[in-house]
Design a binder for this molecule. Structure first.
Ligand code: UT7
Length: 320
């Protein structure tokens, strides 16, 4: 049996840190409202010169360095993003060129905030079937560019960043299981309606539209279902989970999932206060932070989960 093992993680946040206090000077909101409803206190925003590929490259190089793998050894690069640099080529191909890799399979995955969960699940299948040996999996988004900064319902929630991990084929676990779902019927609840034709955005604009409270309820429900599905599949009791690494959209959604798992909050990796929702970067950034600060140790059992526009959602169980 071939497993995929995480042998390196990396993360990158743009330098500029924007606190709730700074947002209060620009829109009709308050630090109290944002903290109480979401748990977010600050977020990092890319500057105008930075691209999603720039952020991805920083995170990827850090992950490769820890893994001790050179870019040339990669045979698979999958990048989850909703804010690609170009319509085409994929940001994964742009990243491949930056890293100086030639010939690996490289493509983007569009699953919004579940982008990394989708990407690592696909990479796992390539490795399990013997189609790849060393995979780079990245979640990167400059989500701030698809926000209307006058819309207080959405702009306070998101931030920019990138997270990455390197997977290698191993005869010991490894990723134990992956569970992906989607239901496109819910797409009106969270979407960016615009499309490009005749050189312009058509059919609406390029800003995020969200029905927050419906998204909230949907997220709580499907995350509870998918973590239970993942436990059942592995015949595990939730007490076996050492760390929950959730998508960092809202502290109240995270608390609901932890409660469902009967996990105390000190077993949950939290970055939401300082990063906000970094979309596809959220889970790998949280993973990287907890690996680097020594909380996550070799042998620990991890539950990764995410939910996003589509709707898409999923979970990954990993013996780290
Ligand atoms: O990865 C998935 C991406 N999205 C999410 O995960 C978002 C999920 N949803 C949420 O996190 C929450 O629904 C929100 C944080 C977006 C909103 O929290 P809520 O408790 O569901 O509030 P609400 O939508 O019921 O809005 C309550 C009030 C409204 O005022 P009225 O109509 O009751 O007078 C909003 O206009 O809060 C108002 N409001 C704000 N007030 C101050 C909305 N945004 C703000 C704001 N500052 N930034």
């Amino acid at each position: 049996m071939i497993y995929s093992k995480i042998i390196g993680t990396g993360g990158y946040l743009p330098e500029r840190r924007v606190t709730n206090a700074e947002l209060v000077t620009r829109i009709d909101t308050s630090d109290e409202w944002i903290v109480e409803r979401t748990g977010i206190r600050a977020r990092h925003l890319a500057d105008a010169s930075q691209t999603t590929c720039d952020l991805a490259e920083m995170a990827a190089r850090r992950a490769l360095e820890v893994a001790g793998i050179s870019p040339a050894e990669l045979d698979l690069i999958i990048l989850g993003t909703t804010t690609p640099d170009m319509i085409y080529p994929s940001t994964a191909c742009l990243l491949q060129a930056r890293l100086g890799n030639h010939g690996a399979t490289a493509f983007d995955v569009q699953a919004v905030c579940s982008g990394f969960i989708y990407a690592i699940s696909i990479a796992d299948k390539f490795i399990k079937t013997g189609a790849a040996k060393h995979a780079l999996v990245v979640g990167a988004d400059i989500y701030s560019r698809i926000l209307d900064w006058q819309d207080r319902n959405t702009c306070v929630l998101f931030g920019d960043g990138a997270g990455a991990c390197v997977l290698t084929a191993s005869d010991t676990p490894g990723i134990l299981s992956t569970h992906l779902h989607a239901d496109g019927a819910y797409h009106p609840l969270l979407h960016v309606p615009g499309t490009v034709a005749q050189g312009r955005i058509q059919n609406g604009d390029g800003f995020t539209k969200m029905h927050g409270s419906e998204v909230f309820k949907f997220a709580v429900k499907v995350l509870s279902d998918v973590v239970e599905e993942a436990l059942r599949f592995n015949q595990l009791d939730s007490s076996a989970i050492d760390w929950l690494i959730p998508h960092q959209a809202n502290i109240r959604i995270i608390q609901a999932t932890a409660k469902k798992l009967k996990l105390p909050m000190d077993k949950v990796i939290l970055t939401v206060a300082d990063h906000g929702n970094t979309s596809a970067a959220s889970v790998p950034l949280a993973l990287d932070i907890a690996v680097r600060d020594g909380r996550i140790k070799r042998g620990d059992l991890l539950m990764l989960e995410g939910v996003g526009g589509g709707f898409t959602w999923g979970a990954v169980v990993v013996r780290y």
